[in-house]
Ligand binder design. Structure first.
Ligand code: GRF
Length: 203
């Protein structure tokens, strides 16, 4: 399965995907990494792995739509079959999203549908949650709202802070994302009434 990964920053989830794809038995490969920020460290990670890495600046386009059309064209030129959002920090327009419906996934640092959007760990702490987690889900036009593919739940300690919680959750993200890609690549996912069913699922 050919992957296009979209990032904005440090790219640790991208790195997890690069590392997973380095295993010859892993059923996917990254063909292009796209960032909206030219200085994203994730672009370096891609180049170090010998993967095409490009940045697109919205400022160099006449509109958000034109900017996203350029990204779309790059993904299609590279033969991308699944778009993986990995810390891409802009909200994608509905035309772009509709063009990749069922072929674009995202990783989000909360147990969706709780805590869509930003500052998930801070909000979970403020609400006194005892668990948080991370979710890989299909992307639909509504933010962080598509069908859930995989999740990990992580207990919150009394002395956790935003930072300690982010540090606890991140290693689970790095396991969860390659796992979700593998499920898709192996065609083990069925969407029934917008709910993901996984063939041969063992929890
Ligand atoms: C991760 O926490 C991810 O869940 C969220 O953005 C962050 C990206 O981190 N969508 P990284 O760039 O993959 O290190």
């Amino acid at each position: 399965l050919k992957l296009g990964v979209m990032i904005s920053g440090r790219g640790s989830n991208l790195q997890a995907l690069i590392d997973a794809c380095a295993d010859p038995g892993f059923p996917a490969e990254i063909v292009v990494v796209i960032s909206n920020k030219a200085d994203a460290y994730g672009l370096e990670r891609a180049r170090m792995a010998g993967i095409k890495a490009v940045s697109f600046s919205q400022k160099k386009h006449s509109s958000k739509e034109a900017y996203e059309q350029s990204i779309d064209a790059e993904l299609r030129d590279m033969g991308v079959e699944l778009v993986c959002l990995a810390g891409y920090m802009r909200i994608l327009g509905s035309d772009f999203v509709k063009g990749w419906i069922d072929h674009m996934i995202n990783i989000h640092p909360s147990l969706l549908p709780a805590y869509k959007g930003l500052n998930t760990h801070k909000r979970a702490l403020e609400d006194g949650c005892r668990f948080t987690g991370c979710t890989v889900h299909y992307v639909v036009p509504d933010l962080d709202s598509g069908p859930i593919i995989s999740q990990a739940a992580i207990p919150i300690s009394m002395d956790d802070t935003n930072e300690t919680l982010a540090d606890k959750v991140l290693p689970y993200e790095h396991k969860l994302y390659p796992y979700a890609v593998k499920l898709i690549a192996e065609k083990r996912i069925n969407l029934i009434n917008n709910v993901v069913h996984i063939k041969g699922y063992e929890d």
